[in-house]
Structures are given as structure tokens and as C-alpha cells.
Design a protein around this ligand. Sequence first.
Ligand SMILES: [Zn+2]
Ligand SMILES: [Zn+2]
Ligand SMILES: [Zn+2]
Ligand SMILES: [Zn+2]
Ligand SMILES: [Zn+2]
Ligand SMILES: [Zn+2]
Length: 253
Amino acid sequence: MQHRVSSSDVDIGSEIRRHLGRQASSGARPEEELERLTKKMLFDMDNPPAEEYFGRCARCGENVVGEGTGCTAMDQVFHVDCFICMTCSTRLRGKPFYAVEKKAYCEPCYVNTLETCNICSKPIMERILRATGKAYHPHCFVCVVCRRSLDGIPFTVDAANHIHCIEDFHKKFAPRCSVCSEPIMPAPGQEETVRIVALDRDFHVQCYRCEDCGCLLSEGDNQGCYPLDGHVLCKTCNTSRIQALSAKATTDL
Ligand SMILES: [Zn+2]
Ligand SMILES: [Zn+2]
Ligand SMILES: [Zn+2]
Ligand SMILES: [Zn+2]
Ligand SMILES: [Zn+2]
Ligand SMILES: [Zn+2]
């Protein structure tokens, strides 16, 4: 788990100052307030505030004493000089840092440890989408044809490992019907479709019809194709054409 935390929210020094500020504006009348502040100032000059103890530094183990010397991060107290990047030792107080297993890293060092996206080559800061053994930003994992995000959606890749949505993959690579020229692919939501291959040609079931009478050749009484000179015909129409041809031949004689 990796959490992005900013140490500026939990800085001890600024916490104390904010608290004092609230006390000063306590709804009293201005002259009373001025008197009180003056008294306080004189008091403070004679009695410097005792140094405040914040706890033990999680890094060096020494006490953290005095306003502005310490900070808290990841539920621990640190000296300002001890709260540094594990890799490059940059001081992290007041800067965005990344906590990985209770260790703090500056942003550049953290980014260097990240996997990069197979599409845009930039580091992946948040969720990694893994597909076909590679890492992607979820927003980079899109169909190469329609650019739709395929995060959590079934996809497939071509021989060159290009990502396709199922629909575009079929449109591009599915065999085309020799009658209507459209790809022969499953209907939306379907896994499979039936392709009829006849005379070395591909057909949709609905397009596999007798060229003369238009009856479906894949079902019904007229099942089966009786081709003649490359024409797709039912048995009846095939017989009629042959009879017509022989009649013509007889007449021609
Ligand atoms: Zn320390
Ligand atoms: Zn660093
Ligand atoms: Zn990317
Ligand atoms: Zn697509
Ligand atoms: Zn067709
Ligand atoms: Zn027919």
C-alpha cells in the first residue's frame, strides 16, 4: 500500500502557533485585550516558555524538544533534520512525500521506483493495470481502433500485441461474407457465431441463400447447396437451371 501524505498538515510548530492565535482573539473588549496582551508580553519576557517536549525521534531516538525542531509524519515524531528521504536524504518537512512501508521518500525518488506504462512510458502513480504481462495506466489501456478504455472490459490483442475491443477485433480480423461484404462476427453480447464456408467462400447464415429463389440453404426442406458454375443454388433451382440449359442445347441443335 502506498499513501500520499503531506507533512505540512501535521507540522508541530504551526499547530502551536495556530492554537495561540485562537486564544488571542477570545471575544474580549479591545482595551481588555490590549491590556492582557501587554501583560502577557511582559510575563513572557521575564519567563521564557519552558521548552516543549514532543517525544522521541523515530529516526535517531533522541528527544525532540522545542517549537519548530520537530515534525510528525506517519504517526511518528521526527527531528526536522531526521525526517529525510530514505534514498537521497532531502529534508521532507513541509514537502509532499510518499510513505512506503513506514519509510518516507521524496517525490522524485519515489517516482523512480515506479513501473512505467507500456503505452505512454510515464511512471504509474496510482493503480497499475496489468494485461498480457505488461503494466498500463488504466486510462492508457484503450482499443487502438475506437480509443474506448478497456479497463475491466474484455479485450484481445493482435499478432503485434495491439489492444482491441472484441468488437473492433472481429471487424478487423473476422472473415467477410462473400454476399454482403460485412464481417462475420458474434452479435453483441454473444461469444460465438456460425460461419458457413462453401465454394471457398464465407457466408453469414442469413446470406447463405439460393441465388435464384432466395431460400435459406442452411435449414429447411431445401437444405444443402447445389452449386452450378460458381452459383449458389438450392436443389430445385439447380435442377431447373440444368433442365433449361439442356432444353436450350436441344433447341440449338
Ligand atoms: Zn532525530
Ligand atoms: Zn529522495
Ligand atoms: Zn500511460
Ligand atoms: Zn474498439
Ligand atoms: Zn452476409
Ligand atoms: Zn432456389
